[in-house]
Design a binder for this molecule. Structure first.
Ligand code: ZN
Length: 430
């Protein structure tokens, strides 16, 4: 069976279909987007009433945008949300007024260093109204009377996210999370949405999975907080996770480590990507960025890293109207899907063991595993492999990680593991 999202062209076409939907933290735009993704993968929508307490936050109200226009003194429409979503301040309050240029200016947002692009600006947590415009337009506005007509409101309703859970043989979970709140921006983050949807569809179609996979399509920050707040019973099952976004731009991959920095996902991602010729730039954890900051908050401290192409804020198109459908390419989207497939393959075939006699070194000679007479170099590598496997088989290091750390061939490490299992000193992690 050919999956409908099996290549970059199909991924790009889905991004194009969702591009114009006016998303925000909550409201019809997020619902329409999630429903659009659910046609391809088993994504369920979770709805919480506005105002639901969520850790130190609460579920936001829905933002309903009907129209937003700014008309100049000569009757010409200067900004219209129907032309580009970004023209209206995201989550803007409704506002109708006639006012002077001086009164209008505090409500206009533009970028002096990218004068032809419309910036993406939000006002989620503070009531405000406004328009976003190319700086060139703002600079050329004449004195006179302007007409503001923003037909928008925030109302009590539901706060939504999408979730796909694909059970495996083990209840141990892999979490993939990506944000769904940005309006008309392609790389940040339709690219993440379509690649994760394609991955979820592929995994759902597999006859068998070793691990359980959970995909979150959640509004930034508050979505991850809402999931953590309401699914505390599932938090402890997460063994590996990745927050992802920005997968369609021309850049190479960047992997940001977990807070702990030495969990399996921290070595699996660089290894999997290196194996397909796409080794990532590896960066340390910092407590800002995407939703990895929620999953890595100290109370949860989950092993969740982040994989993107060019990280947020490091490309000039970031959070502007230049992050459009031409900025993301089918080739880059396809390469991202290939990369995530390679990561899943690494996760599925992990060879991890635990030392059953971890207190002191077990007597290997007595079990026929160690030379009784020292000095013979021929058996040296074999013995070193036994010692490395015993020492690092902690349920975290897998055999390739032990091979890398020890500098021994993987085959020698595998042979040592097999010998130790036979001697009942080692057991595979189920
Ligand atoms: Zn963003």
């Amino acid at each position: 069976m050919t999956l409908p999202l099996a290549d970059g062209a199909a991924l790009h076409a889905l991004a194009a279909r969702l591009y114009r939907i006016p998303r925000s933290l909550a409201g019809p735009g997020v619902r329409e987007t999630l429903d659009g993704l659910a046609g391809f993968a088993p994504i369920e929508r979770v709805d919480l009433p506005s105002g639901t307490p969520l850790l130190d936050w609460e579920a936001p109200q829905e933002w309903i945008l009907r129209s937003a226009t700014l008309t100049g003194p000569d009757g010409r429409v200067i900004a219209d949300a129907a032309v580009h979503n970004l023209h209206v301040l995201n989550a803007s309050a409704g506002h109708r007024a006639r006012l002077s240029l001086a009164e209008l200016r505090p409500h206009l947002f533009s970028l002096a260093d990218r004068p032809d692009a419309i910036p993406y600006r939000t006002s989620y947590w503070r009531e405000n109204w406004g328009f976003c415009l190319p700086h060139r337009v703002v600079e050329s506005l004449p004195e006179g009377e302007y007409e503001v007509a923003i037909d928008a409101e925030r109302v009590d309703g539901v706060f939504s996210w999408g979730e796909a859970v694909l059970p495996g043989d083990s209840a141990d979970e892999v979490l993939f999370s990506t944000h769904v709140c940005h309006p008309q921006l392609a790389n940040d983050n339709l690219s993440g949405l379509v690649v994760m949807t394609a991955l979820a569809a592929e995994l759902a179609a597999r006859p068998r999975r070793r691990l359980t996979y959970r995909f979150l399509f959640a509004p930034g920050t508050i979505g991850a907080i809402a999931w953590l707040a309401t699914r505390r019973d599932r938090v402890g099952a997460i063994r590996h996770g990745l927050v992802t976004a920005g997968l369609g731009d021309p850049g190479g991959f960047h992997y940001k480590r977990t807070r702990r920095g030495d969990t399996p996902i921290d070595y699996l991602v660089p290894r999997a990507l290196a194996a397909i010729g796409a080794a990532p730039t590896v960066e340390p954890f910092v407590p800002f960025g995407y939703d990895e900051r929620q999953f890595n908050s100290p109370g949860f401290d989950l092993p969740v890293g982040s994989l993107t192409r060019t990280p947020w804020g490091r490309y000039p198109e970031y959070h502007t109207s230049d992050d459009d459908l031409d900025f993301i390419t089918p080739q880059q989207l396809d390469g991202a899907l290939v990369a995530f497939r390679a990561i899943v393959d690494e996760l599925e075939r992990r060879e991890v063991y635990v030392n059953l006699a971890p207190y002191g070194e077990p007597r290997l000679g007595r079990r026929g595993l160690y030379r009784e007479i020292g000095g013979d170099e021929a058996g040296r590598e074999k013995e070193l492999a036994l010692l490395w496997v015993l020492n690092l088989s902690d349920g975290i290091h897998d055999l390739p990680a032990i091979a890398e750390r020890s500098g021994l061939p993987l085959a020698a490490v595998r042979d040592a593991a097999a010998a130790l299992v036979a001697a009942r000193l080692l057991a595979p992690v189920p």
